[in-house]
Design a protein around this ligand. Structure first.
Ligand code: PHE
Length: 468
């Protein structure tokens, strides 16, 4: 995918960390950032956690988290990346030294690096599911299951069979990690950026089609919309609020410095606030569309909204089995989902590789191979936690669930809290003002207020109540 673009000029090659190396345009930056943000988090995770946490009230809290905490932290992260200019892990140390602050702020970078390891190891396993389903679509398994008397049950069995196979899960995970390592190692994103250019609209188009299908054919669109948008606060507890907050970070790719790495290559005069709003807006739209496509099918097929991680893989194939040309639509959908996942995985690995490249004697290729290899090993544990290693429990969770919880609910919000505090209080005001030139005095005051008060207090409150 990326190999044919090796000839691209350095200016269009954000992968190479040479200083002064910039995105070819702001649009390219936004596309890459949207590529990072839009992924399995939107299509796989969002619908299933909405289902598990009772619907509307959870969605409302999630939207508030995106608007009041996610957007400001995203802006702060891109800002910090552009100002630091180095690998994200080192950028905080560099900025702190430059402004005469404690070198301990580099901790944010270290936390981010740790998060990258943990997130990628389980994310890659789910991306492998998307690949497996691409195979099912092409191989006719989906249409075969679609011919069963009880389609819902047949699709459920297909998913369970996949999870029960260590070879299939480890195989899918291995392919995803291999492609991720290859793209990051080559340092050339041109090919991927081109893929994102049509992939994001592609996902959009298919989801829109599926929403339309769900709205007309399922007969349960009203119930689904009610489930997603009519808040029932009795279904909400602090656990759910913690999940919503954590997912806001996960879905925007913030709290672990991934967006810093992309911000480091952004032109000095590109406006940050509007970029962050655009990225968050598109990301949220994709998530809501996924929900609106999935829940009508859930209700029409008599499935459980709280079915868990298999939700999208069991429901959408039911629609694919029903619509004319379903095999082609299913093939395109899982292909797009796999590409969307890959444009996220590369953004997770990128900060780690940039750091290793700067601080060790490893080449980019060696750095990608060694860090990716270590993540691959940990990911095998995640894959096996669905079958042979399912009984190995940590605080009542298998390894997959543990890493998901640890990163989304704890490490990402913690990273986000520190980033908000750093940009809100530590970074000199004139620096922040200079980076945000163009946002206007009122916008500046709002953003500053969100970063200094709303985001830190919000995160701290949810932490205290959610973890108790
Ligand atoms: N935002 C990505 C998604 O929703 C996942 C991700 C998390 C990517 C953290 C980078 C960093 O699929």
């Amino acid at each position: 995918m990326a190999s044919n673009s090796r000839t691209l000029s350095a200016a269009a090659d954000p992968g190479a960390p040479a200083p002064g190396n910039q995105w070819s345009s702001r649009l390219t930056f936004i596309l890459a950032a949207v590529g990072s943000a839009v992924g399995l988090g939107n299509v796989w995770k969002f619908p299933y956690i909405v289902g598990e946490n009772g619907g509307g009230a959870f969605v409302l809290v999630y939207l508030l988290c995106i608007a009041l905490i996610g957007v400001p932290v995203l802006t702060a992260e891109i800002l910090a990346g552009r100002r630091g200019g180095a690998s994200p892990i080192r950028s905080f140390g560099i900025m702190a030294a430059r402004d005469g602050h404690s070198a301990k702020w580099q901790l944010i970078g270290w936390l981010g690096g740790l998060c990258a390891f943990l997130i990628l190891s389980f994310y890659s396993v789910v991306a492998g599911w998307a690949l497996a389903y691409l195979g099912y679509a092409v191989g006719g398994d989906l249409s075969a299951a679609g011919g069963a008397d009880d389609v819902g049950q047949a699709m459920g069995t297909l998913f369970e069979t996949l999870l029960a196979s260590p070879a299939a899960l480890v195989g899918g995970h291995t392919i995803v990690m291999a492609i991720t390592i290859l793209i990051v190692a080559s340092g050339v994103r041109g090919g991927l950026e081109k893929a994102i250019r049509w992939m994001v609209p592609g996902i959009f188009a298919i989801l829109a089609g599926l929403v339309l299908y769900a709205a007309t054919a399922s007969g349960e669109f009203g119930r689904a919309a009610h489930f997603m948008f009519a808040p029932d606060f009795s279904a909400l507890n602090w656990d759910a609020v913690l999940v919503a907050l954590g997912h806001a970070f996960f879905t925007l790719s913030i709290g672990m410095t991934a967006m810093m790495a992309y911000g480091a290559h952004l032109q000095k005069d590109a406006p940050l606030g509007s970029s962050a709003v655009a990225i968050a807006g598109l990301d949220t739209l994709v998530a809501l569309m996924a929900g609106l496509a999935i829940f009508p099918i859930v209700f029409a097929a008599g499935l459980e909204p709280a079915a868990g991680p298999g939700l999208v893989f069991v429901t959408l194939p039911i629609a694919f089995a029903d619509i004319p040309g379903g095999t082609i639509v299913a093939t395109l959908f899982f292909l797009f989902l796999a590409v969307a996942a890959l444009s996220s995985t590369i953004s997770v690995l990128e900060p780690v590789v940039e750091y290793l490249e700067e601080r060790t004697r490893l080449t980019r290729r060696g750095a990608a191979l060694e860090s990716g290899g270590a993540i691959w090993l940990l990911g095998i544990g995640c894959a096996l936690s669905f079958n042979v290693a399912g009984d190995i429990r940590f605080w009542d969770r298998n390894l997959f669930d543990l890493l998901d919880f640890l990163t989304s609910a704890i490490l990402l919000p913690l990273g986000g809290l520190l980033i908000a505090l750093y940009v809100g209080y530590v970074l000199p005001d004139r620096a922040v003002r200079a980076e945000l030139a163009g946002i206007g005095p009122r916008g500046y005051a709002v953003l500053r207020g969100l970063l200094r008060y709303v985001a830190p207090l919000g995160i701290a409150t949810v932490f205290v109540y959610g973890l108790m």
